[in-house]
Design a protein around this ligand. Structure first.
Ligand code: NAD
Ligand code: ZN
Ligand code: ZN
Length: 397
């Protein structure tokens, strides 16, 4: 099984590993009392698997991910083997895999909170494929991957030919389309809203695209990367360059006639911590700026990930992901804050329908670009340099 592996900061490689088995990782099985043999699982032959900003946190050496950590949580694949308990998907079905691994049985899964499943990570609630501190589930930037609790997790596409035809849009259903949508939705975007999205990476672009789907009147996207801002303008957003001399407030006032927006999304997260290739700002710069921009009574959608445990962080606070957030301002303005993993299953079926019926063209919006699996190292480098592209790896030609 050819699979993408983190080697050291800035370096990934494609290596041969054993073929995946229908097995739960030993540490998860032991901690959660599950049987090792996963009759509830399937093996997928990967059709497409994307590189994500969340992978970059590990690849940039900002987490405790050990060398050898396998990567990839954005997966679309064809079922090639299934356990005896799997009833609702069949060999040959093409399916989208939500990046959240969820059992479908615990309290949080039953309440639709599949990003915080209690049964798939020995350390805490919530897990994902190919991620540090998530229980050792193998990554999906690979020829083959095992998906547990397949009847619950998989979204089966209704038609195989149509799925392959629209694969570049459908591949975004594993993560960034639902995640961006969740960001806009939790920020309260509705008909006529004015919206600010911080970050024009794939998640920010997907949030901005989703804000348009939700009926926003004006969507303003901020970044310091001109190519990514141009990408946001390509589907009708206004943009602000946060590295310009004018303040963010003044630039927003130029567009809206007021420096307040109804709704805001933080699709940046850890990037602004001032070490690595971020914007060189204080860790909480984005959160604090969207708090001052958002109207009293408004909500902040915060898909951006604030990782903890960064060994190279400049001080103890940064290491722990501790932020100097102006919560007093949020209190005064009665803001609601929504963060955490996006529960992909809540949105992926509806967004799939929008794609299949030509209402959503998310691949163009985020600059989907296909590479063979063997070129994953190049994809990671170009993404790290800020290419206005969402790299989609194709492991099986
Ligand atoms: P990315 O790194 O490609 O994009 C981040 C963008 O933010 C970059 O274009 C960067 O130039 C820009 N930026 C940096 N500082 C900024 C600032 N002060 N203001 C505005 N823009 C700024 O990452 P991505 O793939 O788009 O993901 C974005 C974030 O979302 C990451 O933290 C990722 O881990 C997280 N994420 C969360 C979930 C979830 O379920 N919550 C899912 C996927 C990704
Ligand atoms: Zn992702
Ligand atoms: Zn669960």
């Amino acid at each position: 099984n050819r699979i993408v592996v983190y080697k050291e900061p800035g370096v990934v490689a494609v290596e041969d590993h054993d073929a995946p088995k229908l097995e739960v990782p030993a540490e998860v099985a032991q901690a959660k009392g599950l049987t090792r043999k996963a009759e509830h699982g399937v093996i997928l032959r990967t059709v497409s698997t994307n590189i994500c900003g969340s992978d970059q946190h590990m690849v940039r050496g900002r987490t405790t991910a050990p060398p050898g950590q396998t990567l990839g949580h954005e997966i679309t694949g064809e079922v090639v083997e299934k356990g005896s308990d799997v009833q609702f998907v069949d060999i040959g079905d093409i399916c989208s895999v939500p990046f959240n691994i969820a059992c479908g049985r615990c309290r949080n899964c039953r309440e639709g909170q599949t990003g915080i499943c209690e049964n798939v990570n020995p350390g805490r609630a919530g897990s994902a494929y190919g991620y540090v501190d998530m229980g050792g589930w193998e990554g999906g930037q690979a020829e083959y991957v095992m998906v547990p609790f397949a009847d619950f997790n998989l979204l089966k596409f209704p038609d195989r030919d149509q799925a392959l035809e629209k694969i570049l849009d459908l591949t975004m259903l594993s993560d960034i389309f639902p995640t961006g949508y969740h960001g806009a939705y939790t920020a309260g975007v509705t008909t006529g809203s004015t919206v600010y999205v911080a970050g024009a990476g794939p998640v920010g672009l997907a949030a901005a695209y989703s804000a348009n789907l939700l009926g926003a009147a004006v969507v303003i996207v901020g970044d310091l990367n001109p190519d990514r801002l141009a990408q946001a303008r390509s589907f009708g957003c206004e943009t602000v360059d946060i590295s310009a001399d004018a303040t963010l407030e003044d630039q927003i006032a130029q567009i809206l006639g007021t420096n307040e927006v109804d709704c805001a999304v933080d699709a940046v997260g850890f990037e602004a911590t001032g070490h690595g290739s971020g914007a060189g700002e204080a860790p909480a710069a984005v959160l604090n700026s969207i708090m001052s921009l958002t109207r009293a009574g408004g909500s902040l959608g915060i898909p951006g990930l604030y990782v903890t445990g960064d060994p190279g962080a400049p001080d103890e606070d940064a290491k722990e992901g501790t932020l100097k957030v102006r919560l007093g301002l949020g209190w005064a303005k009665s803001h609601s804050l929504y963060t955490g993993q996006c529960p992909v299953l809540k949105y992926n079926r509806g967004l799939m329908m929008s794609i299949l019926h030509d209402k959503a063209h998310i691949a163009d919006a985020v600059g989907a670009t296909v590479l063979p699996l063997e070129d994953a190292p190049r994809g990671y480098q170009e993404f790290d340099r800020g290419a206005a592209k969402k790299y989609v790896l194709n492991p099986n030609g």
